[in-house]
Design a protein. Structure first.
Ligand SMILES: Nc1ncnc2c1ncn2[C@@H]1O[C@H](COP(=O)(O)OP(=O)(O)OP(=O)(O)O)[C@@H](O)[C@H]1O
Length: 286
């Protein structure tokens, strides 16, 4: 499923003294099956943009196409688009409200009018996809750990079988282990189910490790849209936007400045670590 945003501007409280342009003539396309990071300093427009992807907000001007259908032209009900483009808000566990985990995950598919057998299958599949098991079905969401709650909330969106999954800061407030576990689950989801994943974050460190493409937002505009490696080359500009680059990228640049042979083939953070190990092992003798 592809999403296209065409010359989109969004103004909050338009024509009032409080009006605020949150998106300024944004054009971009998310292709089917991509794993994309959406990065930007606080207030850069990320949350506003992702709410355009599934029609939760209507553009002040410009268009949104999902699979080439203009979603505001009423050819397709927005409800259907929202099931296909699943949005996991920041701290989604705040929206858990049923008595049991099973009922919470079943909420979305039940609202879709599916039969009981299909709902049961989807709930069980979704819970297992996020790395939890049947022991959790009858637990109250309120007795779970932070990481478990987050997984249950993601399962609730997955049970609607979206083609695109958008997550707004999915690791916020989790400890490093919880953070890595959630990100690893997302990579699995993307690889095994072929779901398009859009990961919203402040952290280049988190996102750079996992995604194939990074879109950097700044003051309501798309500043960069490229592979992590190419985006990380703009160290100074990213710093001036209040964003850093992964530590390993600084190290690579310093090694290059000091005359070490650094391969131009390095594209991922893992490759950068391997390259540094390679350089160090050649140059340091005990
Ligand atoms: N409901 C609203 N009413 C008025 N202005 C808003 C509203 N929501 C957001 N804004 C403003 O729009 C701009 C973009 O906000 P947005 O929440 O999209 O940014 P963000 O990059 O997601 O920030 P964060 O990382 O803090 O979530 C900001 O200047 C913000 O103050």
């Amino acid at each position: 499923m592809s999403i296209k945003i065409d010359n989109l501007t969004y103004i909050y409280s338009a024509n009032t003294p409080f009006e605020k342009k949150a998106l300024d003539d944004v054009t971009l396309e998310i292709n089917d099956g991509e794993f994309v990071g959406l990065i930007g300093h606080t207030g850069s427009g990320k949350s506003t943009l992702i709410q355009q992807f599934n029609g939760l907000l209507k553009p002040t001007s410009g268009d949104v196409y999902v699979n080439d259908i203009n979603i505001h032209n009423k050819q397709k009900p927005l409800k259907e688009i929202r099931q296909k483009v699943g949005l996991v808000f920041q701290y989604p566990e705040h929206q858990l409200f049923e008595m049991t985990v099973y009922k919470d995950v079943a909420y979305g598919p039940t609202n879709m009018g599916l039969d009981a057998k299909e709902i049961d299958k989807r709930v069980k599949d979704a819970i297992s996809t996020v790395g939890l098991n049947e022991e959790i079905y009858e637990k109250s969401p309120f007795e779970l750990s932070g990481g478990q709650k987050r997984r249950v909330a993601i399962a609730g969106v997955l049970a609607m079988e979206p083609d695109v999954l958008i997550l707004d800061e999915p690791t916020a407030g989790l400890d490093p282990r919880g953070r890595d576990e959630i990100l690893d689950e997302l990579v699995k989801l993307h690889q095994e189910l072929g779901i398009t994943v859009i990961l919203v974050s402040h952290s280049m460190e988190d996102v750079g490790k996992y995604v194939e493409r990074i879109i950097v937002m700044d003051k309501g505009k798309v500043k960069y849209d490229d592979t992590p490696k190419k985006v990380f080359n703009h160290i100074k500009e990213l710093e001036s936007m209040g964003l850093g680059v992964p530590q390993v990228t600084y190290l690579m640049h310093e090694l290059k400045d000091k005359g070490f042979m650094v391969s131009n083939e390095v594209t991922t953070i893992q490759e950068a670590y391997d390259e540094i190990l390679n350089i160090v092992s050649k140059d340091v003798r005990l």
